[in-house]
Design a protein around this ligand. Structure first.
Ligand SMILES: Cc1cc2nc3c(=O)[nH]c(=O)nc-3n(C[C@H](O)[C@H](O)[C@H](O)COP(=O)(O)OP(=O)(O)OC[C@H]3O[C@@H](n4cnc5c(N)ncnc54)[C@H](O)[C@@H]3O)c2cc1C
Ligand code: FES
Length: 353
């Protein structure tokens, strides 16, 4: 056989993946992604979008080599890439590999499909709506998770739950949704065209939830990214979590701040020390705003003194550039990547890159 043919057949051979913590070992064909092969083996590999934008299938490559269908760097940070993280839904195997999946999510509620209707919507700011979707039956979820909403003929969009969960699940789901210029879903929503329209809702999804521990937590939100943090903080307060908490809320101007009454209520009833800091990036100099200006990512050192870096957990949601800048700042301060939890609010422009 010629060298060329040998190479061709060798390239076409299935490779083996070893996936921890399950210790599962299975073949992955050249046409399959790591995620597809794992799901075909009934391995509960975390996932949602399958197109490399949500980050749910993030795992750490500890041995072997993969190639990326779409660049992992659109969703993962530079720090995660250099620590060996990959996206299973975008990974094809170049050799035998070993990957580690965070096991903390094994007990999360199983996603299911529901029928829902938008039963109310009201503005929180000039570009964010509070939207209630009422389901045909109650959906159980964990604070911090999200659901996918699909209109007929349009791919599903992800939105994080803004309210604390209830033990028996919730039928009326609240979301905080920001308009996106040129956005197919938010364009119709903000035009008021979706009131009482039937939606297919799947969920709950995601691995953004409060981890165990007794060290401080630092929460960071940009824009509608406040929604899952409010859900998480309301729930933690209900459960009398006694951990020091800092909440940083980044917005452009005072007109972009919202839910301040909810934050004040959480702050005054939080059973331990609670600091809230809104930080404005584009507030006019003449406005009389006496609070902080700029980006909170440059201020994180004030809230994480060096002795606390190893025990602090970070939770953040919002625009991808904010998350990437915060990961760089947090790891520079000494937080391990395993203590940094986030959902990047990506959209279809990321999938199209
Ligand atoms: C886990 C997760 C949780 C989220 N939670 C929230 C939340 O709680 N609140 C919230 O407001 N948002 C959230 N998002 C973001 C949200 O899901 C949507 O991305 C957003 O609402 C946009 O939807 P759309 O249909 O209006 O815009 P889209 O139609 O998806 O368009 C988005 C942008 O991409 C551009 N675009 C579309 N197609 C292409 C293409 N082919 N090539 C180039 N550009 C293109 C559009 O012009 C537009 O600027 C979350 C995202 C994720 C992943
Ligand atoms: S399932 Fe892989 S990034 Fe969403």
């Amino acid at each position: 056989m010629s060298g060329f043919l040998k190479k061709l057949f060798a390239g076409a051979a299935p490779q083996v993946a070893h996936v921890n913590p399950w210790g599962a070992e299975f073949a992955v064909s050249p046409s399959q992604t790591l995620l597809e092969a794992a799901l075909a083996q009934n391995i509960p590999f975390p996932h949602n979008c399958t197109v490399g934008t949500c980050g749910s299938c993030k795992c750490r490559l500890t041995g072997g080599q993969v190639s990326a269908i779409t660049d992992f760097g659109y969703t993962l940070s530079a720090e995660e890439l250099s620590a060996g993280y990959i996206l299973a839904c975008q990974a094809r195997l170049k050799s035998r590999i070993t990957v580690e999946v965070e096991s903390a999510g094994d007990n999360l509620p199983q996603p299911a499909t529901y029928t829902g209707q938008i039963t109310s919507q009201h503005p929180l700011t000039h570009d964010i709506l509070a939207v209630t979707v009422t389901l045909d039956r109650a959906m159980p979820y964990i604070a911090g998770q999200y659901a996918s909403l699909a209109l007929p003929g349009l791919a599903a969009r992800s939105y994080s739950f803004a309210a604390a969960p209830e033990r028996a699940g919730k039928r009326a789901l609240t979301f905080y949704i920001r308009t996106v210029p040129g956005g197919a879903f938010t364009g119709q929503l903000f035009a008021g065209a979706l009131q009482n329209t039937s939606l297919e809702v799947t969920g709950p999804h995601g691995h953004f939830f409060l981890r165990g521990g007794d060290g401080p937590i630092i929460c960071m939100a940009g824009g509608s990214g406040l929604a899952p943090l409010l859900s998480l903080l309301h729930d933690a307060r209900k459960n009398r979590l006694r951990r020091r908490c800092v909440l940083l809320f980044g917005a452009r101007t005072q007109a972009d701040l919202y839910a301040l009454d909810q934050i004040e209520e959480i702050k005054t009833t939080w059973p331990a020390d609670f600091t809230f800091l809104p930080v404005l990036s584009d507030e006019p100099a003449s406005s009389g705003w006496s609070g902080r200006r700029g980006f909170f990512t440059g201020m994180l050192g004030e809230f994480i003194p060096p002795p606390q870096a190893a025990s602090t957990q970070a939770y953040m949601c919002g625009p991808p550039p904010m998350i990437d800048a915060a990961i760089t700042a947090l790891t520079t301060l000494g937080l391990p990547l395993e203590a940094i939890h986030y959902d990047k609010f990506t959209d279809s422009s990321h999938a199209a890159r």
